[in-house]
Design a protein around this ligand. Structure first.
Ligand code: FES
Ligand code: FES
Length: 183
């Protein structure tokens, strides 16, 4: 038995200690917003927050988070997260949507730490979250938009930069070079 604070609620899960946190979240707690992508800490699809820190749930044993606060996309509920999700919707960031839970988790953590990130700050913080649809320009624009909303600034961009749509493929997340080509 492992007890974690899952989205603000104490949950005791009947799982082996070595079970990846991602399986505990999806298969035992039945929260399916957190996605499995690569399983080897490369793509970021499984990103959750552990005590506020973006964490790859696919390679984190559930025993490592015993007693800690684990937040999934279902539990994001502060003004920063709300601004991110509003910006994501306003700029139609998602294409297939598979990576987006992890992207939103990473973007929210970034804006909690840095209220006005530069393009370079965004690229550095989001570098571990791959999007095979190539939505990187819209992700960057949406993070800037969320920062403006949180600062009480001007209306969001009327148009998000067009995303390169061609990186979809059957074999999983885009490679680093494919990502670079679509920024
Ligand atoms: S599924 Fe965890 S980083 Fe890809
Ligand atoms: S929107 Fe990112 S993988 Fe499709």
């Amino acid at each position: 038995m492992i007890t974690i604070q899952l989205n603000g609620e104490a949950r005791t899960l009947d799982v082996p200690p070595e079970m990846p946190l991602l399986w505990a979240i999806r298969q035992v707690a039945h929260l399916h917003g957190t996605k499995f992508g690569c399983g080897i800490s490369v793509c970021g699809a499984c990103t959750v927050h552990v005590d506020g820190v973006p964490t790859r749930a696919c390679v984190t044993p559930v025993s490592a988070v015993e007693g800690k606060a684990v937040t999934t996309i279902e539990g994001l509920a502060d003004p920063v997260a709300a601004a991110v999700q509003t910006a994501w919707t306003a700029l139609s960031v998602a294409q297939c949507g598979y990576c987006q839970s992890g992207q939103v988790m990473a973007a929210t953590a970034l804006l909690r730490a840095n209220a006005a990130p530069s393009d370079a700050d965004i690229d550095a913080a989001m570098d571990g979250n791959l999007c095979r649809c190539g939505a990187y320009p819209r992700i960057r624009a949406a993070i800037h938009d969320a920062a403006r909303r949180l600062a009480g600034g001007a209306a969001p961009d009327a148009e998000a930069p067009a995303a390169a749509p061609a990186a979809l493929g059957p074999s999983g997340p885009a490679s680093g070079s494919a990502r670079s080509a679509t920024r």
